[in-house]
Structure formats: structure tokens, C-alpha cells
Design a protein around this ligand. Structure first.
Ligand SMILES: [Zn+2]
Ligand SMILES: [Zn+2]
Length: 225
């Protein structure tokens, strides 16, 4: 049990959720926000891929490497500062542990209204952090190897972020929704539901996307018990 909260107190959880619901800005439109994020990400991916010139076989290998690095970074950041107060990254802990995990526990995973996606999607500042992190890896690839390698790394990193948002979106849909019933998504959702158990959130299932790093580091809980 995380000492920050007493999730066993259902009334307290309901109160926390009500307080967080009030904090959703009146101007927030999840479809507009998510649509804009998708357009910007696709433009960044398209711009990077469109600038590729005569890619060699070795340069194409950046794709699986970048995917694996993104999976490891997702696991590391989620296991670290998103679940442990770690200055100067306290804002990640606040947003994730004290807001996302308070709003959704394993018994209350689905949004009741689309506006509640405010507590699921990355805020704008976090999207900025994703871009900076992607550049921190992509620029050395570009400088030390080739422009193609850097562009491929950046495109994969942004595509990975987009897949994170889409998968997290589906994990918090009502299970009876069309998307929520796809077998592949049902399996991934089960892992994320286990992660939202307050007793497991600091130790299990830090990959919200594909549980590769969880499997590698022994933090995978298949959520079948
Ligand atoms: Zn979640
Ligand atoms: Zn978490």
C-alpha cells in the first residue's frame, strides 16, 4: 500500500475523485485536445520520415532499437519519478500518482464521461517533455551517425508516445465499448488494471504499452488472480 493514500477508504476515494473532477477546466474538450495531439505528432513523424534520404540497411535498424529504448524509458520513468517523489520531477509524481491513480483504481478504471480523459491524457507540458526526451536521444544519433538515423529515432519515439496515448485511452474506456473488447486490447488492459491496484502500483506493470521491460525486469503481473 502506498503510504500517500488510503485507497481502502471508498468514501475518501469518492471525495478525491469529486475534487479532481472539479479541477477539469471548463474549456477542456478531450476530442479537440486529442485530435490536436494526433495531428501534431503525425506531422512530426511525417516531417521526419519525409526528410529521409537513401536509408541504408543499418540505418533502418534504428527502428527496433528506438522502439526498445522507448519501452525501457517508459518503464524507467513510470517506475521512478511517476511513482516516487523525486525532485525536480515532483510534478510527474503529482500528476500520475496523486491524480491519475487517485481518479482511477482497479475498481474504477473506466471514464464515465469523455471529459474525465483530462486525468488520462498527457498535459501539454508533458508532451513538451516527450519531445525534449526524444530529441535527447535522436540528436546524438544524428550527430554521431547520420541525419537519417536521428530522424528515424525521432519518428519512432513520437510514434511510440502516440501509441502510449492510444493504448492508455483504450485501457480507461468502458470494457463493453467496441475498442475495449478487442482481444489484444483486453489482454493489455488486464495488465494496466493490475497496475492500478494501489497495492501493486509501485511494483508491477510499468509498461502501459507493451510489457517488454516489465518482462525483462521481473515486474510483470499478468493480472489473472
Ligand atoms: Zn491508467
Ligand atoms: Zn502508474
Amino acid at each position: 500500500m502506498n503510504p500517500e493514500f488510503d485507497f481502502a477508504d471508498a468514501a475518501s476515494l469518492a471525495e478525491r475523485r469529486a475534487r479532481l473532477r472539479e479541477k477539469i477546466p471548463k474549456s477542456y474538450h478531450p476530442a479537440i485536445y486529442f485530435g490536436a495531439v494526433n495531428l501534431l505528432a503525425l506531422a512530426a513523424i511525417g516531417g521526419s520520415l519525409g526528410a529521409l534520404r537513401q536509408v541504408t540497411l543499418l540505418e533502418w535498424c534504428v527502428i527496433p532499437v528506438a522502439f526498445l529504448v522507448a519501452n525501457l524509458v517508459e518503464h524507467r520513468v513510470h517506475r521512478g519519478p511517476m511513482h516516487h517523489r523525486s525532485p525536480p520531477w515532483t510534478i510527474l509524481f503529482e500528476r500520475h500518482t496523486r491524480q491519475h491513480h487517485v481518479y482511477f483504481d482497479q475498481g474504477h478504471m473506466a471514464v464515465a464521461t469523455a471529459r474525465e480523459y483530462f486525468w488520462v491524457f498527457f498535459p501539454w507540458w508533458a508532451v513538451g517533455l516527450v519531445v525534449v526526451t526524444a530529441l535527447l536521444f535522436a540528436l546524438p544519433f544524428a550527430w554521431l551517425w547520420s541525419a537519417n538515423a536521428g530522424r528515424l529515432f525521432f519518428a519512432v519515439a513520437i510514434a511510440y508516445y502516440l501509441s502510449y496515448e492510444w493504448l492508455h485511452f483504450s485501457h480507461h474506456l468502458p470494457p463493453q465499448s467496441g475498442l475495449g473488447r478487442l482481444p489484444f486490447l483486453v489482454a493489455l488492459r488486464r495488465l494496466h488494471v493490475a497496475h492500478h491496484d494501489p497495492a501493486k502500483m509501485t511494483t508491477r506493470n510499468f509498461n502501459i504499452t507493451f510489457p517488454i521491460a516489465d518482462w525483462l525486469f521481473g515486474t510483470l503481473d499478468r493480472g489473472r488472480h
